[in-house]
Design a binder for this molecule. Structure first.
Ligand SMILES: C[S@@+](CC[C@H](N)C(=O)[O-])C[C@H]1O[C@@H](n2cnc3c(N)ncnc32)[C@H](O)[C@@H]1O
Length: 443
């Protein structure tokens, strides 16, 4: 009975769609790699979880049964993600945000593209054009194959370096996730076109096999998840489910970042590889300022900061000490789950959480999840977040015993702040006042 409320909730979310319907409704094909699913299917994969309406707080996730402290409630892979733009060479896998060992190759690449790479100790799984053009770096052949099948083939032909630089200067990261989304869309257009051509050719060749090759085929190897890959939302069809901030007039920096994004996509319009898929007009029409604003308005309320542990630098004694302190202090995972700007944060929310373990953690990137975006905030959350595979797969664990039909909550902010600081942070970044028991007591 509780699950029967889902269809109504899903359509309620859909009616708040801000991104152009056309763009989102074109992405209906299944993607290769880690399973990309819709909201209903993702809920089916998380049997402990129900999606229900919460008076005064939109939708929220609830416990479907009594859950014991320590139980893994569910794991989820992100539907959109990006490494944070940094002046240093990339030290993060572009497909899963796993930290990569620094290598001589990375050091050499410092002055060139956004995500340049040369051969490294863990193997050269980079992709992209040679020279100063962007190249993407991956931790394994599986990650590379998954990324190339879904977005990285297009991204490698774009020029997002100016966008990266502007994001770094502005302390922004969400425009890079919008760029990833645009590349996903371009590749899906190509897959759709390919399927149409395959259908036509099969009709015309009396049982013959199509000779048309596809750049969007299934990856040869699985991505580097450990164990069963968790499902991920299909960003192209599911992003509209996420709540968004109403932004009547896009802030000036967004206008500039949008034009850099469009400029970065332009090489696709003149590339033979994307002929028939991308024209300059199509790119401009589909990735309009309204589309960009809608994507950013959602990411600002829903994206998580990913906390992973970089590889140990055995030559640095202070790094060893920090790692030891972190392993004694726990993960610190419940602090500051989301990545939005908060008052007093020097880096737009990308500063470390206050958890004891955060000293040895770094924040290689941001990620947006489908189901986790439905989790509401409490200053006394009953779920802990962790990154058990040291990549962008999030795990939600019961922080205490949770009764059936109790709301599942995380903390969006550093819950160790004073009540006044917490209220100010939540109001500033998310636009609501927390009414949790702790806030009601002023604790
Ligand atoms: C990540 S979304 C959470 C899911 C959201 N309730 C929905 O329906 O999509 C964050 C938004 O949920 C609402 N929210 C989250 N926690 C809340 C709380 N404790 N009290 C009131 N509103 C809350 C705020 O509007 C916030 O901007």
């Amino acid at each position: 009975m509780l699950r029967s409320a889902l269809a109504a909730l899903v359509s309620a979310g859909a009616s708040r769609m801000l991104i152009t319907t056309r763009l989102l409704s074109t992405g209906v094909l299944a993607s290769a790699g880690a399973p990309r699913v819709g909201l209903e299917e993702q809920l089916q994969q998380a049997p402990w979880v129900l999606l229900l309406q919460v008076p005064g707080a939109g939708r929220g996730l609830f416990a479907a049964a009594d859950i014991e402290q320590g139980t893994v409630v569910y794991e989820e892979a992100p539907m959109l993600w990006t490494p944070h733009p940094a002046p240093a060479p990339p030290t993060t896998c572009h497909a899963c945000l796993r930290p990569l060992a620094p290598s001589a190759g990375c050091e050499e690449a410092r002055a060139s593209g956004i995500s340049d790479s040369t051969s490294s100790s863990d193997g050269d799984h980079s992709a992209g054009r040679q020279g100063s053009a962007p190249r993407l770096r991956f931790c394994s052949p599986g990650c590379r194959a998954d990324a190339e099948a879904t977005w990285a083939a297009a991204a490698a032909d774009c020029d997002f370096w100016p966008l990266q630089q502007a994001c770094r200067e502005a302390g922004e990261k969400f425009p890079l996730m919008a760029a990833q989304l645009a590349c996903m869309q371009v590749q899906r257009w190509q897959q759709q076109q390919q399927q149409q051509q395959d259908g036509t050719e099969q009709h015309g060749t009396a049982g013959g096999t199509s000779t048309v090759t596809s750049t969007g085929g299934a990856p040869a190897a699985a991505p580097a998840w450990q164990g069963e890959p968790p499902t991920r939302g299909d960003a192209l069809t599911q992003l509209h489910h996420l709540c968004y901030a109403n932004i009547a007039v896009p802030p000036e920096p967004w206008v500039r970042l949008h034009s850099l994004l469009l400029r970065g996509l332009q090489p696709l319009a003149s590339s033979a590889r994307w002929a028939g898929v991308c024209t300059a007009e199509r790119l401009q029409l589909e990735f309009s300022p309204e589309w960009f604003c809608g994507v950013l308005a959602r990411l600002h309320l829903n994206a998580f900061r990913v906390d992973t542990v970089p590889p140990l630098d055995l030559s640095d004694p202070s790094a060893l000490l920090r790692a030891a302190a972190a392993s004694l202090g726990g993960s610190g995972a419940a602090a500051a789950a989301f990545g939005a700007a908060v008052p007093g944060s020097s880096s737009g929310g990308s500063s470390s959480g206050s958890g004891a373990g955060s000293t040895a953690q770094h924040h290689p990137g941001s990620a947006a999840f489908l189901l986790a975006s439905m989790l509401n905030h409490s200053c006394e959350p009953n779920l802990d977040i962790s990154w058990p595979h040291n990549n962008a797969v999030a795990r939600f664990t019961a922080a205490r015993d949770i009764a059936a039909h109790e709301q599942l909550t995380i903390s969006y902010i550093d819950a160790e702040q004073s009540a006044a600081q917490r209220q100010a942070a939540l109001q500033f970044a998310y636009g609501f006042s927390c009414g949790c028991p702790r806030c009601r007591e002023g604790a």
